[in-house]
Ligand binder design. Structure first.
Ligand code: DGL
Length: 257
């Protein structure tokens, strides 16, 4: 069973892709809604939360882990791989970079949480990939809360998009990585603002292709379970709407959440 986690409902953008590529996939999803957002927390706290999330998923039968959260991937992916050497662990950052580079862009933008952007992980990995493409990164810390609140089409969201992304409208980039799994829920709004010439990159499809083609991940079919550390009705409603079907959500006890 594939274990997937995020700080909240953002990771469902990855789950949706899994359900699209393999409708009968067996997975367990954990959204740490009681402690979201992760992107404003210190690296120590994000690492602790990520370990607790993984422990929960493994205790509930996961045999592989997808870190469906850029923040946790940026801060904790390497440590998780070291801590669980026998479990395949997939982060979202490398697939995002591969997907962006496949577009052969001259310039790349990255938008993400404060923790992801200050980690400099995208610049570091792009350098490691041997490219000297100009990268412009922008933290958009309030986007996560706007998505968790379901304010996708709200006036306040439009204002925040303008506040965070005006530089990308004035000086466009060829490819913009949606470097937080919550952001694809705002994709149409972001696309409308930055314009058609900027290609938006959502790593969900690429990460799921990697997971499903990995021979260490058994092609189990069946059970699909959703856990949240705080089960608020509006969160469940947004999650169901995004996945296009009603879901049954159970309450998870994770760490101190
Ligand atoms: N969706 C997560 C990410 O990809 C976390 C956002 C947050 O909790 O701040 O970074």
């Amino acid at each position: 069973m594939i274990g997937i986690f995020d700080s909240g409902i953002g990771g469902l953008t990855v789950v949706r892709e899994l359900m699209r590529q393999k409708p009968d996939a067996s997975f367990i999803y954990l959204g740490d809604t009681a402690r979201t957002p992760y992107g404003n927390k210190s690296p120590e706290t994000v690492l602790r939360y990520a370990i607790e999330d993984v422990e929960f998923l493994l205790a509930h039968g996961a045999t592989s882990i997808v870190i469906a959260c850029n923040t946790a991937s940026a801060i904790a992916e390497e440590q998780l791989m070291r801590a669980y050497p026998h479990i395949p662990v997939f982060g979202v950052i490398r697939p995002a970079i591969e997907e962006a580079l496949s577009l052969k862009p001259y310039s790349i933008g990255v938008i993400g949480t404060r923790a992801t952007v200050s980690s400099g992980i995208y610049q570091k990995m792009l350098q490691e990939a041997g490219t000297s493409i100009a990268v412009r990164a922008q933290a958009c810390p309030l986007f996560t809360s706007l998505v968790e609140e379901g304010l996708l089409e709200d006036q306040v969201t439009k204002l925040m998009i303008k506040k965070y992304l005006s530089e990308f409208r004035a000086h466009r980039v060829d490819a913009m990585i949606l470097g937080c799994t919550h952001y694809p829920l705002l994709r149409p709004q972001i696309a409308r603002y930055v314009g058609k010439k900027t290609e938006l990159v959502d790593p969900a499809a690429a990460v799921i292709r990697k997971v499903l083609s990995d021979t260490r991940v058994p092609p189990a079919a069946g059970e699909q379970q959703f856990f949240l550390t705080d089960v608020a009705p509006h969160t469940v409603a947004i999650a169901s709407k995004w996945l296009g079907k009603g879901i049954h959500v159970e309450k998870a006890q994770v760490g101190t959440a």
